[in-house]
Design a protein around this ligand. Structure first.
Ligand code: NAG
Ligand code: NAG
Ligand code: NAG
Length: 437
């Protein structure tokens, strides 16, 4: 049994990562068109960041969870703006990557291509620059760009970054991202997204970083706060974008990020976006209840309520892998899920997942009931399972014990193969099923 189990786990991991890295996928070189950017998973054959050494499936799941734990702690520190940033978890494991999905961006004139991580819970863009201490090998070279310009301390933009200091020439600032600290100069250059040039785009040119949370070739923040891409491209994109995240299992692994109101889906369900003035970049929505099969599970209303003061509520996030629910909500969902699968079927655990099965099961559907919009997840968004189908886990969890989280996070595994539309002018978030690849 043990051998069979580990064989099937290995097989799943092969599907997750390695079969994908065999052979070159010609799609990787397809240029982005219009205002559409291809979105790749970090394990995609088009990603240079896919792991090079084989790990067991268990190890890969545990790593994704460890990464999620750091992410959740980071998001919680954002939500509770008044409280000092919590100490990052010292995980013994090497964390493969921070945010899970990457897009291609071209910086400067002539353009230099970087693969930046998409982060819907962050405003800023940070790009590692030549001479950066602690960055990976691929950096943006400002001297090679004719449109590059450092911003000085008197610039209006410098007043929008946290605790700016005046460097020799430029406005500088330090921030933390997950477990990383990042020292940057505030600069401007043209960024080209698909075929849209955005002149004089303000971003952080990283000069020094520590820790392992920073994505290797930079971060593209899709939050909606000041200095965000949305704020800086107001005329071009009208604070509207949508994305479709490809499944981990998809052999082609390409989704899309569509910027601006043109070409957005018309047949899509909406829920209002909520605004937390203390944390303007997060996309909060009102999750009212959760249905497992046909039954709405019983949870204390306070566990789901939006509270701008404490940061409590529900957000959509592109950087967390597995949905995290506050404990009473998770327990109610899990218990009903187990009841529906059947008491006779033995439950096992895997890392932070406490509802796994070593035999094939028929999973109930899970429906998130938002204000004005119900989203029913198909099994692919609920279960993570091995190729042979012999191990499957409910791919959600409660916030870990050491994270005092009040946030429910609808994460990327649950968003895969759905189009998520952010429409800031109309203050709404749309969800529609779509096969991304
Ligand atoms: C920011 O980080 C740099 C590099 O680590 C350090 O030299 C500088 O003192 C820091 N500045 C502030 C204001 O903390
Ligand atoms: C969502 O489902 C609930 C109950 O399951 C139902 O009462 C409600 O009308 C539905 N909402 C929408 C917008 O369809
Ligand atoms: C992957 O791409 C190929 C060719 O581009 C296509 O024929 C195939 O249907 C795709 N597979 C999936 C699962 O989308």
């Amino acid at each position: 049994m043990k051998i069979l189990l580990s064989l099937s786990l290995t097989a799943l991991f092969l599907i997750l990562c390695f079969s994908l890295s065999q052979g070159f996928n010609p799609k990787c070189d397809t240029p982005d068109r219009g205002s559409n950017l291809q979105v790749f998973h970090v394990f995609s054959p088009c990603s240079p960041f896919r792991p090079s050494t084989p790990l067991s499936w268990e190890e890969s799941v545990l790593q994704m969870q460890a990464k999620d734990q750091a992410r959740l702690q980071y998001l919680s520190s954002l939500a509770v703006a008044k409280r000092k940033s919590v100490v990052p978890i010292a995980s013994g494991r090497q964390i493969i990557q921070s945010p899970t999905y990457i897009v291609r961006a071209k910086i400067g004139t002539p353009p230099q291509t970087l693969l930046m991580a998409m982060d819907t819970s962050n405003d800023a863009a940070w790009i590692p620059c030549t001479g950066c201490v602690g960055c990976s090998a691929t950096v943006f070279a400002p001297p090679k760009s004719t449109t590059f310009k450092p911003l000085d301390c008197n610039s209006a933009q410098c007043k929008q970054v946290p605790n700016p200091t005046c460097g020799v020439r430029a406005c500088s600032f330090n921030i933390t991202y997950g477990s990383s600290t990042i020292a940057s100069n505030l600069v401007q250059d043209t960024i080209t997204l698909a075929t849209d040039p955005v002149p004089a785009y303000t971003f952080g040119c990283i000069v020094k970083t520590t820790g392992s949370s920073l994505p290797p070739q930079g971060l593209l923040g899709l939050g909606r706060g000041p200095l965000s891409l949305l704020s800086q491209t107001q005329n071009l994109y009208k604070s509207t974008f949508s994305y479709c995240l490809p499944s981990f299992k998809s052999p082609n692994f390409s989704g899309s990020l569509r910027l601006g109101p043109i070409g957005q889906p018309i047949r899509i369900k909406y829920t209002p976006l909520l605004k937390n003035p203390r944390r303007s970049s997060l996309y909060y929505v009102n999750l009212i209840a959760i249905r497992v099969g046909r039954r709405v599970v019983d949870v204390p209303p306070t566990a789901l309520a939006f509270n701008p003061t404490t940061g409590a509520g529900t957000i959509f996030d592109s950087g967390t892998v597995f949905t995290r629910l506050v404990e009473p909500v998770y327990l109610a969902v899990r218990n009903e899920f187990r009841r529906r699968v059947g008491k006779a079927v033995p439950v096992t655990t895997l890392g932070g997942f406490d509802t796994c099965y070593a035999v094939p099961i028929i999973a109930p559907t899970i429906t998130f009931l938002f204000s004005g919009m119900n989203v029913t997840l198909p099994p692919d968004n609920i279960l993570i399972h091995s190729t042979a189908g012999s191990i499957s886990c409910l791919a959600m969890a409660a916030a870990p014990d050491n994270v005092n989280s009040v946030l429910n996070v609808i994460a990327n595994m649950q968003q895969q193969n759905h189009r998520i539309l952010i429409d800031v002018p109309n203050s709404r978030l749309g969800v529609a099923r779509e096969t991304c690849t």
